[in-house]
Design a protein around this ligand. Structure first.
Ligand SMILES: CC(C)(COP(=O)(O)OP(=O)(O)OC[C@H]1O[C@@H](n2cnc3c(N)ncnc32)[C@H](O)[C@@H]1OP(=O)(O)O)[C@@H](O)C(=O)NCCC(=O)NCCS
Length: 149
């Protein structure tokens, strides 16, 4: 599977993918600068994107998304493995990811990819412009997970 480092402009198609993972466009634009972006394409279709940011030496997977039609085929797992490999090659000892308390599938996915729960940022999503409900659960707190590399 050919996952590439992408250093060109974020197209509307890619922004659509990023917004499917994080509805806060302002936040996306702020963490995109200075991040490493990985993409996976099927010919000329952007199928998946992952954004890895480094702040004060901490590597964090800030965003990951797979086009709906391609979900459930192991693409996110491959993108996460590639992100872990890239962080390790850059000298990181661990990589972190944050997700909502209500994001049950994502919590499953990250734990299946070797992440363990690390901390909670209470009320993190209070600042989001619209309330988020997933699986019938209000999304309020950020669950931070970490994988040792
Ligand atoms: C989350 C997302 C990236 C997953 O992408 P994907 O390519 O479908 O995921 P994969 O096929 O690689 O892997 C999914 C794994 O999670 C598991 N999983 C998903 N939901 C699960 C659940 N509710 N319970 C248990 N396992 C679950 C799958 O079983 C699979 O593991 P397996 O291969 O061991 O069976 C994709 O659904 C997406 O883009 N969603 C919208 C954006 C988003 O929410 N991004 C994350 C923001 S935190």
């Amino acid at each position: 599977m050919n996952i590439e480092v992408y250093d060109k402009e974020i197209t509307p198609e890619l922004m659509g993918l990023l917004l499917s993972a994080d509805p806060d466009e302002k936040a996306i634009l702020s963490y995109l600068s200075g991040s490493v972006v990985l993409v996976y394409r099927d010919n000329d279709i952007f199928v998946s994107i992952a954004v890895i940011n480094v702040v004060a030496g901490v590597f964090e997977l800030k965003n990951i998304a797979v086009l709906k039609k391609y979900q459930g085929k192991g693409i996110a797992k491959s993108m996460i493995n590639k992100s872990k490999q890239l962080a390790k090659e850059s000298g990181a000892k661990a990589i972190e990811v944050g997700t909502g308390n209500s994001s049950l599938s994502q919590l499953a996915l990250y734990q299946k990819c070797g992440f363990r729960m690390h901390s909670i940022e209470s009320n993190f999503f209070d600042s989001y412009p619209e309330p988020i409900i997933e699986n019938g659960i209000p999304c309020i707190d950020m669950v931070r997970l970490r994988a040792e590399l």
